[in-house]
Design a protein around this ligand. Structure first.
Ligand code: ATP
Ligand code: MN
Ligand code: MN
Length: 301
């Protein structure tokens, strides 16, 4: 028997409504959260998501049958997402050009949700100049068994070291296990320069404190340590975007936090898609004013 398609219009600011089919479909089993709940979350926090997500090549984690079932990353435009999802041709390694996805507004975000998207990941550069990153990110990946307290301490230390180099940085809970230390950049240097900086910075930390940090991917070396995943900073890599939901138990979201509140937070999944009101209130508060904003370039080596 064919499913009855129940369609709920979701109003988007100054944009045509996006129809969400099967809003009743449970996509976070165990949490009893539905596709409609996710759409409502994305619609409400669109003003927070868009500053980071708009006009940036995206990589979507799509889970059409919900988060327990098969999920996949999609970065190329399939042309099937409707008018609010756009494509930009970007040259790949072999010089071949491929269409990458991007959105400009709430309707674009909701069109992605309609297509089964749970997570929004983004390049570190915008569609206006994909070769010049506007942010660098150090993704702290703790080995299993490490305490969240260790991750928080690492994030603080990394931020301090960046500060010593004249770079302001901001903390974001990944919604998963770790913390991302985000460094806004005025687009100027190109990818190879930014990657090289991130590589050298991370290796220096790992060399200085080999018991705490590792800067190479090899799992074997991670035992009891935090992997400083600087590889997010190469052309074509992505990182989860602020306020994106995560396809994980509890429907957590990636959440910007102030350095001074980080100590009081117990997990990277502190906020979930049920917390739109609180997230909107937080984003408006003094605590998060200026989060992710800094007019700065990499120091000369
Ligand atoms: P956690 O805190 O649990 O580590 P995370 O978002 O940092 O959460 P990672 O596994 O460290 O998760 O991945 C970092 C980033 O790398 C992701 O946010 C995503 O953008 C990218 N990534 C990871 N796996 C893939 C993949 N299979 N395909 C494309 N991009 C990926
Ligand atoms: Mn991570
Ligand atoms: Mn990682």
């Amino acid at each position: 028997a064919k499913d009855v398609v129940r369609e709920t219009p979701v109003a988007a600011d100054a944009a045509p409504a996006v129809r969400i089919s099967h809003p009743e479909r449970v996509i976070f089993p165990g949490d009893r959260l539905t596709k409609g709940d996710l759409a409502a979350y994305v619609e409400r926090v669109a003003p927070l998501l868009l500053p980071a997500a708009a006009d940036r090549p995206l990589s979507l984690v799509r889970c059409p049958q919900g988060r327990g079932k098969a999920c996949f990353f999609q970065k190329h435009d399939a042309g099937s997402f409707g008018d609010a999802v756009h494509a930009i041709d970007i040259a790949e390694k072999e010089g071949k050009r491929e269409p990458y996805l991007y959105v400009r507004d709430a309707a674009g975000l909701l069109s992605c949700v309609q297509m089964g998207t749970i997570e929004f990941h983004g390049w570190g550069s915008g569609v206006g100049d994909v070769e010049r990153p506007d942010r660098m990110v150090f993704d702290l990946d703790p080995d299993e068994g490490l305490d969240f307290a260790d991750v928080k301490r690492a994030a603080h230390d990394i931020s301090r070291h960046l500060g010593d180099l004249g770079l302001a940085s901001f903390a974001m809970l990944s919604g998963g296990k770790g913390v991302h230390v985000v460094v806004p950049l005025t687009p100027q240097a190109e990818w190879p320069t930014v990657k090289d900086f991130a590589d050298r910075f991370s290796r220096a930390l790992a060399q200085a404190e080999p018991d705490r940090f590792v800067a190479t991917m090899a799992k074997a070396k991670r035992k009891g340590r935090i992997f400083i995943d600087w590889l997010r900073n190469q052309r074509g890599s992505t990182a989860v975007l602020p306020y994106s939901a995560r396809a994980r138990t509890g429907a957590p979201v990636a959440a910007p936090v102030a350095w001074r509140e980080l100590d009081d937070i117990d997990s990277a999944g502190r906020w979930t898609i049920r917390d739109a009101d609180e997230l909107l209130k937080r984003a408006d508060s003094r605590l998060l004013t200026g989060w992710g904003v800094a007019d700065q370039v990499l120091p000369d080596r």
